[in-house]
Design a binder for this molecule. Structure first.
Ligand SMILES: Nc1ncnc2c1ncn2[C@@H]1O[C@H](COP(=O)(O)OP(=O)(O)OP(=O)(O)O)[C@@H](O)[C@H]1O
Ligand SMILES: [Mg+2]
Length: 246
């Protein structure tokens, strides 16, 4: 089967700093791929290259067979790739429902249609009871949920989540894990950046590991957890020992 998203030899530089160096991997339809690595590894930079926020120095991003490398974020979103932000960008003066409607307006000019899409999305993400709460009054967990809901309201085929579990408690993390699996069941592909290994290893089909701008390996979660280079660069012996016991 042809991949839905192909990251081909992406290199991104900031002056002399190489934030992404010759990164390649694929995301297939209906697949959950996680991108992990230490702080500063280049994960968010790669998200920005894929979604048109940065123009990579070299390399290509191919989506559904089409070269999207030079497209704007708006065009890329319209084609079906949506992302959330590591630093949440809630629209504070709008309600939860209105925040989600802004996503829906990508494909419609009708307020009624946007409200319908928002309703479905609020139900899917468990936000319905909070629909009239202002963005400014939300907890961090709800802000993150609103970000996901707003992204989903654009009706993506690929949802990219940048550390959407950071700062959440165990119950909230479990809710996001369940939502990711539910979205996969609905046919979406997910590309997830996350540091909470206990949360992403069980839900990932494939894990890609970056360190200091380079891809050090990719594979299924079990292989990646046992990879010496990954343990040395990122996971440490603590996680490795724990995962061996379980
Ligand atoms: N706009 C920018 N200008 C200059 N340097 C940048 C810029 N964005 C990122 N960098 C640098 O690129 C490198 C990769 O950063 P990036 O934010 O992609 O890492 P990350 O893997 O997302 O880290 P974290 O896990 O902390 O979020 C870092 O050294 C960072 O300082
Ligand atoms: Mg980051």
């Amino acid at each position: 089967m042809k991949p839905l998203l192909e990251i081909k030899n992406i290199t991104m530089k900031f002056g002399s700093l190489v934030a992404n160096e010759d990164i390649s991997f694929t995301v297939h339809e209906n697949e959950i791929v996680s991108l992990i690595g230490p702080n500063g590894a280049g994960k968010t930079t790669l998200f920005n290259c894929i979604t048109g926020f940065y123009r990579p120095f070299s390399g290509k991003v191919i989506y559904n067979g089409k070269d999207i490398t030079r497209m704007t974020s708006y065009q890329i979103c319209k084609l079906g790739i949506t992302r959330t932000f590591q630093i949440v960008k809630t629209l504070n003066e709008m309600t939860v429902e209105e925040n989600v409607m802004t996503g829906a307006f990508l494909h419609t000019n009708s307020r009624k249609k946007a409200e319908e899409i928002a309703k479905e999305t609020l139900e899917l993400t468990g936000l319905m009871p909070k629909k009239n709460v202002l963005g400014a009054n939300l907890t961090i967990a709800d802000r993150k949920r609103v970000e996901i809901a707003r992204a989903l309201a654009t009706n993506p085929r690929i949802l990219m989540l940048d550390e959407c579990m950071a700062g959440l408690n165990q119950t909230e993390i479990k809710e996001v894990m369940d939502l990711c699996l539910k979205l996969k069941e609905k046919g979406l592909s997910l590309l997830i950046v996350e540091h909470i290994m206990e949360a992403i290893m069980p839900i990932s089909d494939k894990v890609v590991v970056l360190n200091a701008g380079k891809k050090i390996t990719e594979g299924n979660p079990q292989d990646v957890v046992n990879n010496d280079e990954v343990i040395k660069a990122y996971l440490g012996e603590r996680y490795h020992a724990k995962s061996k016991k379980s």
